[in-house]
Design a protein around this ligand. Structure first.
Ligand code: ACO
Length: 433
């Protein structure tokens, strides 16, 4: 962070107190006015619903330039990581700040591989859920319950304990995700295999049965790995901010990640991948596209183009561009080359990108517009799409949680409010109301 270059003076007209607020300059991106002393010294709050103009923390993990459509993890462009890297290497990068050496990657992969098993008692939790429970509902509960299993490493002040928890979370998420799926379809859970890569192991746990092995197609493994790299982090999005806020009270990391999973589930965030496929199926016929575009533009209609728009990107989401190309590759080999939903999605994108409504509001496809079509081609059912996202984003969540816990400025997150309720009034006995 560069030294402060500029200062802003703000006066509280009611009290006639003035305060000089320094500007904070990031390495890249827009500067911020540091208002942290504003309330203490000028009795003023700032009002910013949805954090439209608020930087909630300093972070060294991920950089987004929303106008230029740039995404970088620890300084590395997402395109390069997606093309040359793999998910476990990316996880190391996000967590520790540097790309691993050969021996560091070997050791890290070994650690993750050897933490994939679940405690036997944990499987009882899955049995408690109704057979048709949404896998995200199961995942929120089961991940939160991990807090009850690892008393040996729950001292959040201890860096070694924090590291062990991060490893456990990254390693166990695929096993939990696959067990959610197996519970959903009424099959026994499949144990992890240490000879498989992270993503191959996930596909094995989802699609093998006690009666039959499953050999994942190398392209399916590659596609999943790329999707996981793209989804691994995205700076202070809703779920990551949720994890940080939960962690700011010194809650344990398993509870914090469970909170992040809950936040991710919403259709305005990670749940969009499932919602996109539902939307494409509802549209069904290209002849219906104009009608749905009109619905999306109608302020009286709640319908929105799912997988379109982003708080930060006012340009093409760089991840969506990679996913669209990946989609073509996957469908050519594993799916239907002329997949009707992919055709429909591309037609929808073409129409929207030429429409003034979307142009004026800078609404472009986001990462989730095409990801569901790939998941479907891999045989992953719709209700598991957001679970896939959660596995990948766990890396980002634990990286941010770890960064926050190491931050000497860290304190409990406690926003204020503009109170708009009743002024003080007197209690009336029940009989007089
Ligand atoms: N379809 C139609 N109109 C849209 C869409 C959309 N998908 N997204 C935004 N708009 C319009 C809004 O109605 C608003 O119009 P107005 O200025 O006339 O009122 C304008 O564009 C700005 O939108 P906001 O809702 O103010 O933008 P915000 O930053 O709050 O929301 C969000 C971003 C939630 C992603 C929104 O674009 C959306 O709901 N998209 C669809 C859901 C989606 O794909 N979510 C995944 C995001 S990526 C991720 O989390 C992994």
């Amino acid at each position: 962070m560069e030294a402060d270059k500029q200062a802003y003076t703000l006066t509280n007209n009611r009290t006639q107190t003035s305060i000089t607020l320094p500007e904070r300059r990031p390495v890249q991106g827009d500067p911020a006015v540091d208002i942290s002393r504003l309330y203490r010294e000028a009795s003023l709050l700032t009002f910013d619903p949805g954090f439209m103009s608020t930087a909630s923390c300093e972070s060294k993990i991920t950089f987004i330039d929303g106008d230029a459509g740039i995404l970088e993890y620890r300084g590395y462009p997402i395109e390069q990581l997606a093309q040359h890297g793999n998910f476990v290497e990316t996880a190391y990068l996000l967590l520790y700040g540097e790309l691993p050496s050969v021996s560091e990657l070997t050791d890290f992969t070994d650690i993750i591989t050897h933490h994939t098993m679940l405690n036997k008692s944990l499987y009882n939790f899955f049995e408690g859920f109704h057979h048709d429970a949404h896998p995200m509902a199961i995942m929120v509960g089961v991940v939160g319950s991990l807090s009850a299993f690892y008393h040996d490493s729950l001292d959040i002040k201890n860096p070694r304990h924090r590291d062990i928890s991060a490893h456990r979370l990254i390693a166990k998420m695929p096993t939990i995700a696959a067990a959610c799926y197996k519970h959903n379809i009424g099959q026994p859970s499949i144990f992890p295999r240490n000879d498989l890569s992270y993503c191959a192991n996930l596909l094995h746990m989802m699609f093998a049965t006690p009666c039959e092995d499953y050999e994942p197609d190398p392209l399916a493994v590659e596609a999943l790995d790329t999707l996981f790299i793209l989804h691994a982090d995205h700076e202070q999005n809703a779920s990551t901010s949720t994890v940080r806020l939960a962690g700011s009270s010194q809650a344990n990391p398993f509870a914090c990640i469970a909170a992040g999973i809950a936040s991710l589930w919403g259709p305005a965030h990670g749940g969009a991948n499932e919602a996109v496929l539902n939307m494409l199926e509802e549209i069904g016929d290209p002849a219906q596209l104009d009608r749905f575009i009109a619905k999306a533009k109608d302020r009286q209609d709640h319908f929105r183009l799912m997988g379109f728009g982003h708080r930060v990107y006012k340009n093409y989401d760089p991840r969506a561009a990679i996913v669209r190309e990946l989609c073509k590759k996957v469908l050519a080999k594993l799916g239907d080359h002329n997949n009707p939903l992919f055709e429909l999605a591309q037609r929808l994108e073409d129409i929207a990108l030429q429409d003034d409504y979307f142009i004026e509001r800078k609404l472009y496809p986001n990462v989730d517009f095409y990801s569901g079509i790939i998941y479907e081609a891999l045989g992953i059912p719709k209700n598991m799409f957001t679970v896939m996202f959660a596995i990948a984003r766990t890396v980002g969540w634990v990286s941010h949680w770890t960064e926050m816990m190491n931050d000497p400025q860290q304190r409990i997150g406690r926003p204020r409010q503009l109170y708009t309720g009743y002024a003080r009034r007197q209690y009336q006995p029940l009989t007089e109301r």
